[in-house]
Ligand binder design. Structure first.
Ligand SMILES: Cc1cc2nc3c(=O)[nH]c(=O)nc-3n(C[C@H](O)[C@H](O)[C@H](O)COP(=O)(O)OP(=O)(O)OC[C@H]3O[C@@H](n4cnc5c(N)ncnc54)[C@H](O)[C@@H]3O)c2cc1C
Ligand code: FES
Length: 263
């Protein structure tokens, strides 16, 4: 098991209202992490909250031995995480789970992020920057101020398109409308998505309609994070496609082929 009981906090920054990026000194994690994998973090040494919290690896700097997670404050655990200061330590397991499959040479990749869903996709974008694939990033949020990391995404020079529910920046409406157009114009051969369940469901339906392969990063409440407690299962089609099977998001996921997920 990849367990690091005292990972040092290097810094913590607020990137948007209620959204933070936590940088950790973790050379072994940074050396081995793949986009789509996650860290299971024990936020306090005490009993509350008792369970670890899962966060996608958001970025890795192998030269500095650093990894980052990007998270939204939604409850007690994330509120306590936001209080962590430089020099404090966290008990971290990871990198865990199965990440994204990189596109084949020449394939056009599209990364579809809803809100905090950009967290793992940013690490994928970093990784794709070292390859020769053309990359589209479709970024969605409810309102402009919740669009995360636009400037940093731009630094990797993808084709970037933006959508907001209220039209305060970019296209008005769901980010999946941008994907609908991209697929109709045959500008994507492989799609990667992370975001709210409704968004992922629409992405899966669009991929099926256009016969394009894609992978989805799923989120379920987790207990152990290593396949033992079965608290994180999701319904997928069986290997031969004739029936269904429950698979563990922590171990067989969190990234699944879009065609395998049963909604
Ligand atoms: C593999 C994986 C990767 C994740 N990566 C990120 C990430 O990069 N950034 C990020 O901000 N969040 C991520 N999450 C979600 C994150 O783990 C939860 O937001 C966090 O555990 C909430 O802890 P809390 O104590 O603050 O909230 P709680 O007090 O436990 O819950 C607050 C609210 O959040 C909901 N919630 C809590 N956990 C989850 C979950 N796992 N899935 C869906 N809803 C949940 C609860 O139902 C409740 O409504 C990820 C989840 C998984 C499974
Ligand atoms: S969290 Fe325990 S099996 Fe996935």
């Amino acid at each position: 098991m990849k367990h690091f009981p005292a990972v040092e906090v290097i810094r913590q920054e607020m990137v948007a209202p209620d959204c933070y990026r936590l940088h950790l000194f973790a050379p072994e994690i940074s050396a081995s992490a793949k986009p789509g994998q996650f860290l299971h973090i024990r936020i306090t040494p005490g009993l509350e909250p008792l369970l670890r919290r899962p966060f996608s690896v958001h970025a890795a700097d192998r030269q500095k031995g650093e990894v980052a997670v990007l998270y939204r404050v939604v409850g007690r655990g994330t509120r306590l995480l936001a209080e962590k200061k430089k020099g404090e330590t966290l008990d971290v397991m990871g990198p865990l789970g199965r990440g994204f499959t990189l596109p084949a040479p020449g394939q056009k990749a599209a990364l579809v992020a809803g809100g905090i869903g950009i967290a793992p996709l940013f690490f994928l974008l970093q990784t794709l920057a070292g390859l020769k694939n053309s990359v589209h990033v479709l970024l969605g949020a409810r309102v402009a101020k919740e669009l995360l990391l636009i400037r940093e995404i731009g630094a990797y020079k993808p084709s970037l398109m933006v959508a907001t529910d209220d039209g305060s920046r970019g296209r008005r409406g769901p980010v999946t409308e941008l994907l609908r157009e991209l697929l109709a114009e045959r500008k994507a051969d492989r799609v990667y998505a992370c975001g709210p369940t409704a968004m992922l469901k629409t992405v899966a339906a669009l991929l099926q309609k256009h016969g394009v392969d894609g992978e989805l990063s799923l989120e379920e409440r987790m207990g152990c994070g290593v396949g033992a407690c079965l608290s994180c299962v999701c319904k997928t089609s069986s290997k031969d496609g004739t029936s269904f099977a429950y698979r563990r998001v922590c171990l067989e996921g969190p990234v699944f082929p879009a065609r395998d997920v049963i909604w």
